[in-house]
Design a protein around this ligand. Structure first.
Ligand code: HEC
Ligand code: HEC
Length: 375
């Protein structure tokens, strides 16, 4: 009886099997058809621990992307290599330049075809401390996921990932580097995920914590000028003191040591009739919540003297214009942050606040060989 049952099961399986064609073996991330080739060379990556000064926050660990020396070295190359863009003609670094604290000096970013993005390129420093999501609106939760988009965005690098991967797999040098970083054995295993993870590992190493401010405030190796001290103590970090007298209080959202809390706020830029009328919905475009419309991430002000023009759409050319904006106290739109209060500054105060802001420039980071092009 048992045997009969088994036989009939086998028979059914056989019949079923003979009707349907064999499905192809799935290979996640593999190119269609490509056989790939074996990669030789070392495959044991060296774990890397990100070191940051004690006065900075602790880096947020990304367990989905452990850092290694080889991963960082690979990511640095990919970041600077035009092979990542269409026709091998555009790199991440074309919009994120080290000497400008990894911004581009433009109001709106300009991509491979000379077309403008709707937003300004962001600085790529101290990303290892940000847990609120990336881009002005936090649209990318993971740093490595962020790097997928510029490659395929037609306003940026306008390339098909499959073609990028094809070039990397056929390259004389990259397969060995991918093997060294991720232990893969075949060029077919070079995937989008590994490429962007390597880039993110490199980006996480870019730490800015050696400005003049750090040296006088935390390290005691330099002195603040009287003007800078006044700018910090009486203006930047001060809110309603004495009671009723309004002060800039920039530190409320741009507090030390990060100088940007990365939270999403409406800092009063747009005079709109209703929450539905913001030209760029910002955070609201991500959450779908009307009350988030017009909110953007409060970014770091470290190296701010180098990253003009300012704001998500580059609307202010200078820091003076930025101060004038905050002094007006916004437009009274209903989701404006209550800490956008308006204030008056005389010439001496303005100059002190600007002197303080300029002290946030970190020459060490700007010239650090480890962040520079490897080519
Ligand atoms: C055409 C110029 C351009 C290119 C090329 C470009 N970016 Fe950007 N980058 C931008 C702009 C604009 C933003 C802001 C995007 C937004 O908010 O929607 C940005 C934002 C970022 C951020 C977010 C930083 C933060 O604090 O949240 C990271 C990280 C980044 N880019 C990395 C890269 C990488 C990696 C590449 C290459 C794969 C790249 N970018 C290529 C213009 C560019
Ligand atoms: C209520 C929180 C808040 C306060 C207070 C505040 N900011 Fe901001 N700041 C933001 C937000 C949010 C952004 C991003 C806005 C955008 O781009 O739409 C921003 C952006 C900036 C930028 C542009 C950064 C860049 O990379 O383009 C500068 C410069 C700046 N703030 C300086 C200041 C100064 C100086 C003060 C004090 C006078 C100040 N902020 C007070 C929230 C605040």
């Amino acid at each position: 009886m048992k045997q009969l049952l088994l036989l009939s099961v086998l028979f059914t399986l056989f019949v079923a099997g003979s009707c349907e064609p064999e499905p192809p073996m799935p290979c996640l991330g593999c190119p269609a058809g490509g056989e790939g080739r074996l990669i030789t060379g070392p495959s044991a990556a060296t774990p890397f621990e990100l070191e940051v000064p004690d006065f900075m926050p602790r880096p947020i660990l990304d367990e989905s992307n452990p850092m290694t020396e080889e991963g960082i070295a690979l990511g640095r190359r990919l970041f600077y290599d035009k092979i990542m863009g269409r026709d091998s003609a555009f790199a991440c670094a074309d919009c994120h330049r080290q000497e400008k604290a990894f911004t581009d000096g433009l109001a709106l970013a300009v991509g491979i075809d000379g077309l403008e993005s709707p937003r300004s390129a962001m600085s790529i420093v101290n990303l290892a401390f940000n847990a609120e999501g990336f881009n002005w609106d936090g649209s990318s939760e993971q740093l490595w996921e962020q790097a997928i988009h510029p490659v395929e965005n037609m306003l940026e690098m306008d390339e098909d990932w499959e073609r990028v991967l094809g070039r990397l797999r056929d390259h004389t040098d990259y397969p060995e580097r991918f093997r060294a970083a991720f232990g893969i054995e075949n060029t077919n295993e070079i995937t989008q995920e590994l490429a962007v993870k390597a880039i993110a590992q490199f980006e996480r190493t870019i730490i800015s914590a050696d400005s003049h401010f750090d040296r006088y405030f935390y390290l005691n190796t330099e002195f603040a000028t009287e003007e800078e001290q006044f700018g910090a103590d009486s203006l930047f970090f001060v809110e309603n003191v004495p009671v009723g007298a309004l002060h800039p209080g920039c530190g409320h959202c741009h507090n030390r040591p990060s100088f940007g809390d990365n939270k999403f706020k409406n800092n009063g830029l747009d005079d709109v009739a209703s929450l539905d009328d913001f030209p760029d919905k910002g955070r609201g475009g991500v959450t779908g919540n009307r009350f988030d419309n017009g909110k953007f991430r409060a970014p770091t002000l470290r190296n701010i003297a180098l990253t003009a023009p300012y704001m998500h759409d580059g609307r202010f050319a200078t820091l003076e214009e930025v101060l004038d904006h905050y002094a007006t106290g916004g437009h009274g739109v209903e989701n404006e942050d209550p800490n956008i209060t308006g204030f008056t500054l005389d010439e001496r105060e303005k100059s002190a606040l600007l002197a303080f802001l300029r002290g946030l420039t970190d020459e060490t980071m700007l010239t650090d060989e480890r962040y520079a092009s490897p080519f």
